[in-house]
Design a protein around this ligand. Structure first.
Ligand code: NAD
Length: 354
């Protein structure tokens, strides 16, 4: 990640070719597509809903009626590859369980489409590398759905950290979790989710540490606890981990599926502090700093609208989009070091990206 993130996000609001909107296909019509992505696409300036991909025919009918899609704009997982002949689809947005991101990203790239993929990018760094290679081979962009990188409080926090407004950063404290319900859902199945709270929401705390420092962690030490070994038989419930960055900045993080209310970061710098709580949800985000003259307060925005339009605009203008697959890969490299540390009971180093 770089300081150009703020520029990328801000440019989503700039005018481009008048009326030019890229066509998006949503793959997977679950909670996120239904409640956030499709409504955001209706408001978008550079993006529109052109097609859907679903395994449930009844959902296809409902979506056709609601969004005025023609019958041939509803694909199934089996007919998905036919999108190669659909000029109305520019971007494929993968909104499936984590283990399916790899397959559908590669199939979309082979069909010549740009790919926007939900977090976590995949179940392993190896899969991330294959997804990046497939998109590069197809000369198509691969963006990752790290919506906080398009949110105003987070962008300003990055500026405060990077420009050392409170002096050099010294320590970070970040956490995200919630009490997960239904024990039968895919998020608790390792084969589909890749892991538990860490893969799902811990990645937000990890991201925050990475984009605030602008650095990659070099050493990680982690500990896992389970209060319900039956419900969490396959995946992690609660993980605490510490990271050391090359500049010497340290971080303590927590993620959980066990309880509500953990949703924050605090940045400790030489001459002051700043942070957010709540921090990673879709609305109600609140920032603070130790200096009343330097507020961290902005209107709430639609993160999904911002990220999708920023991706479309980057493609329309021929610019490279960030956060790209490389950013998703860097998170998986850190996540793998966290799981290795839990298994070994020791401090682990993070594998290098290249
Ligand atoms: P969901 O369970 O609501 O929807 C998943 C969709 O995948 C459903 O339409 C389901 O029918 C389909 N599916 C296909 N094969 C499946 C299988 N074998 N098992 C289960 N479902 C299957 O999930 P969601 O909350 O929409 O999450 C989808 C993706 O989006 C995940 O990768 C998740 O991490 C990500 N997500 C991101 C955010 C964010 O804020 N960026 C928020 C929520 C979810």
């Amino acid at each position: 990640m770089s300081a150009s993130l703020a520029t990328v996000a801000a440019r989503a609001d700039e005018p481009s070719t008048p009326g030019k909107k890229l066509g998006w296909a949503l793959v997977g019509l679950g909670t996120l597509s239904t409640n956030q992505l499709a409504p955001a696409l209706l408001k978008a300036k550079h993006s529109k809903l052109s097609a859907v991909v679903t395994g449930t025919p009844e959902k296809g009918v409902k979506w056709r009626e609601k969004y005025g899609l023609a019958a041939d704009k509803v694909y199934t997982y089996e007919s998905f590859d036919k999108i190669i002949d659909d000029p109305d689809i520019d971007v494929v947005f993968i909104v499936l369980p984590n283990s399916m991101h790899h397959e559908f990203t590669i199939r979309a790239a082979k069909a010549g489409k740009h790919v926007f993929c939900e977090k976590p990018m995949a179940n392993s760094a190896k899969e991330c590398r294959e997804m990046i290679a497939a998109c590069e081979a197809a000369k198509r962009q691969l963006g990752i759905g790290y919506r906080c990188q398009f949110e105003l409080h987070h962008l300003e926090a990055m500026r405060l950290a990077r420009e050392q407004v409170f002096g050099p950063l010294q320590h970070l404290d970040a956490g995200f979790g919630f009490a997960i319900g239904d024990p039968t859902q895919w998020r608790l199945r390792k084969a589909l989710a890749g892991g538990g709270a860490l893969m799902d929401v811990g990645v937000y705390a990890l991201q925050a540490c990475r984009y605030l420092t602008g650095e990659e962690p070099i050493e990680i030490s982690a500990m896992e606890t389970k209060t319900d070994p039956v419900k969490f038989a396959e995946v992690d419930e609660t993980i605490q981990w510490s990271m050391k960055f090359p500049s010497g900045v340290t971080a303590n993080c927590l993620t959980t599926y066990g309880f509500n209310g953990c949703d924050h970061f605090t940045a400790y710098a030489e001459k002051g502090r700043f942070g957010m709580k709540p921090c990673y949800g879709y609305s109600g985000l609140t920032g603070w700093t130790s200096d009343p003259k330097i507020p961290l307060a902005f209107p709430q925005t639609d993160h999904f609208l911002a990220e999708m339009d920023a991706f479309s605009l980057a493609i329309i203008e021929g610019r490279r989009f960030e956060p790209s697959g490389a950013d998703g890969l860097r998170d998986l490299l850190a996540i793998e070091a966290i799981y290795r540390s839990i298994a070994s009971g020791k401090k682990e180093t993070v594998e290098k990206e290249a």
